[in-house]
Design a binder for this molecule. Structure first.
Ligand code: SF4
Length: 232
């Protein structure tokens, strides 16, 4: 059974009842959010936040400060943020260079003066920012009302059959965003949906072993039903 996009609002409401209003730890300014994404790798939010704070206190987050500090100082500041500190430091430094080259050091101001397409083109110059990352920056920093998803949220929507499971990531992502748009998820609702679907993917609808018995969506989720019938 395919879950139609029109049912998404009810699903998101059920997640809201279950999780409340999850707080987003990430900065809500574009350059800061891009540095947040690049300064740590494969760590939880708490460790990412600590790593970002170390960098902020030791060096600062402004592109000029990062460039003046250089790779070695950045590497020392972010070394607790997961694997390959030199590689992560090089990416943070590259972010600073791009912000200075293409936005004169003021990414927020530059984005604010642009239309949607060049905004996306500029954001995709930064390391680690493809279309999903650009959507995230634009939504969370208030430049767009369009929805965004992380990989956790996309996995939830695939398991709910809002999008056909088994597609390539880019196709599944586009279909999921289209379903959210069709369901009228925009602006503050889109920020809330992003946070709730991410929280659900992390806490119950986990990648390897979803905890369906505890899930507020288990009665309507086709994946939960498939698991139940495959065991019986
Ligand atoms: S029932 Fe299971 S598979 Fe479906 S959304 Fe909930 S946790 Fe995920």
């Amino acid at each position: 059974m395919k879950v139609v996009a029109g049912q998404l609002g009810a699903m998101i409401s059920a997640l809201r009842q279950h999780y409340g209003a999850p707080e987003l730890a990430e900065p809500r300014m574009p350059f800061e959010l891009i540095v947040w994404e690049n300064c740590a790798y494969l760590v939880d939010d708490e460790r990412r936040e600590q790593t970002y704070e170390h960098l902020r206190k030791a060096v600062g987050i402004a592109p000029q400060k990062l460039l003046a500090a250089g790779a070695r100082k950045i590497e020392i500041a972010i070394r607790e943020g997961g694997m390959q500190p030199p590689h992560r430091a090089a990416k943070v430094l590259r972010c600073a260079e791009i912000a200075l080259t293409y936005a004169d050091g003021d990414l927020a101001g530059t984005l604010a003066a642009m239309k949607a397409k060049p905004q996306r083109t500029l954001l995709k110059r930064f390391p680690g920012i493809a279309d999903p990352g650009a959507d995230r920056v634009l939504l969370l920093c208030g430049f767009s009302k369009a929805p965004a998803l992380d990989s956790n949220g996309l996995r939830v929507l695939e398991r709910l059959h809002v999008v056909k499971p088994g597609q390539a990531y880019a196709a599944a992502y586009r279909a999921a965003i289209a379903a959210l748009v069709e369901a009228g998820v925009a602006g503050p609702k889109a920020v809330q949906a992003y946070a709730l679907l991410r929280a659900h993917g992390r806490e119950l609808c986990k990648r390897a072993a979803p905890l369906c018995a505890l899930c507020p969506l288990k009665r309507t989720c086709p994946s939960a039903s498939e698991r139940t019938s495959s065991r019986s």
